[in-house]
Design a protein around this ligand. Structure first.
Ligand code: SAH
Ligand code: SF4
Length: 364
């Protein structure tokens, strides 16, 4: 135990230290969470920011082997919200003082798609008098497209690397030119150079993933100096090729515990970044996101996709709240966040403190 405490309180972590922290059990987990909670209290405070999540289309050109809405899954009923429906969702977020919105969908790399998003961004900015912050999560796109979307008002972008281990990446994606680890990484560089606040993340508990891999993921976040991380447990989907490897998986509850440990260690490692409490946590434990907020996360993304379509955005099985409407989600979240001894920062963008400080350092 002494050794564990020494590591926990060290000024910096080696790869070996991170592995040791991620392997915490019993009393050690309590110590780890105590430390990450204290770091969060000191550097972030009690507040949590909302990002209304609009999953506006499940049409995707890619075929990631783990994802329920992959192109080749013919069981999925495809949908694409109209511009009016998307703008209505933006109005809902703004009127309910969510502060910001995340636009997410399957990946489509096409000029008409790029034009549509650019137009929607301009309309959203007008509609909400520039008050609503906008995050995009629309996968890999050409540098020029990222630039246009930034110019049109998006200021944050979420693109999970999924894993920092290139070999593991190739095991969970088809081997073709559309699923390249290096291109995904290059997109993160592109986004950073344009001026976005960049968020990335990984799935936790993937088949063939090791503690070494997860420690390297944490080191990758640190080295890339990310502004935001959204990471959650991998949850198998029976209509995907990776389902065949389900015997390689640790039990769901173990994946959940490991995801919380990853969040706690990351909070200690990168004290002032934004960390999202992933929805996939809630798919395993109804109080999953609240538990994540308690030990380090500070961002929650309530789903504000119109209820009718939620069932069809099934990236993984048992996705929570698929039967609810946006307004119900808010009531339910208010109650839950209160439980976690947290205040919701209504009407604020909740930009990453880390990003702001880097920008200030640059100006000096
Ligand atoms: N198409 C975009 C955004 C939508 S997918 C993109 O891929 O970036 C958003 C995230 O859902 C992915 O980055 C992935 O990490 C997560 N995801 C997909 N399938 C999952 C599964 N089976 N379990 C857990 N997370 C999953
Ligand atoms: Fe498409 Fe994203 Fe799913 Fe991959 S993870 S299949 S890009 S929606």
């Amino acid at each position: 135990m002494k050794r564990f405490e020494e590591i926990l309180n060290a000024a910096a972590f080696t790869h070996g230290d991170l592995v040791r922290l991620l392997k915490a059990e019993g009393e050690e987990i309590a110590l780890l969470f105590e430390k990450s909670t204290a770091v969060k209290a000191q550097h972030i405070g009690k507040r949590v920011w909302f990002r209304g999540l609009v999953e506006f289309s499940n049409i995707c050109e890619k075929d990631c082997l783990y994802c329920g809405i992959r192109h080749s899954n013919s069981h999925v009923k495809r949908y694409n919200l109209s511009d009016t429906q998307i703008l209505e969702a933006a109005r809902f977020a703004w009127e309910n003082r969510y502060g910001s919105l995340v636009l997410q969908s399957g990946e489509i790399m096409h000029p008409a798609f790029a034009d549509r998003i650019e137009h929607l961004l301009c309309e959203m900015k007008k509609l909400t008098k520039g008050e609503l912050g906008i995050t995009l999560s629309l996968g890999e796109q050409p540098h020029g497209v990222y630039q246009r979307w930034f110019a049109a008002g998006a200021h944050r972008y979420l693109l999970r690397l999924e894993t920092s281990n290139q070999e593991l990446y190739s095991k969970i994606h088809p081997e073709d030119d559309h699923h390249l680890f290096n291109r995904r990484k290059a997109c993160l560089e592109s986004l950073r150079s344009i001026g976005y606040q960049v968020g990335t993340g990984v799935m936790i508990g993937l088949p063939f993933q090791t503690y070494d891999d997860l420690a390297n993921d944490l080191l990758f976040f640190k080295e890339f100096d990310v502004d935001m991380v959204g990471m959650g447990p991998y949850i198998e989907h029976e209509d995907t090729p990776l389902y065949a490897s389900r015997n390689e998986l640790m039990p769901l509850q173990e994946r959940f515990k490991l995801a919380l440990k990853m969040i706690a260690v990351l909070r200690i490692l990168m004290k002032d970044i934004n960390i999202a409490a992933a929805t996939a946590l809630q798919a395993i434990d109804p109080m999953g996101r609240e538990k994540a907020v308690k030990i380090g996360a500070n961002i929650i993304m309530p789903n504000i996709t119109p209820g009718l379509y939620r069932n069809d955005y099934a990236l993984y099985q048992n996705k929570p709240c698929v039967d609810e409407e946006p307004a119900q989600c808010r009531g339910c979240l208010d109650a839950r966040i209160a439980l976690a001894d947290t205040e919701i920062a209504y009407g604020e963008w909740g930009d990453s403190k880390h990003f702001r400080q880097r920008a200030q350092r640059k100006r000096l």
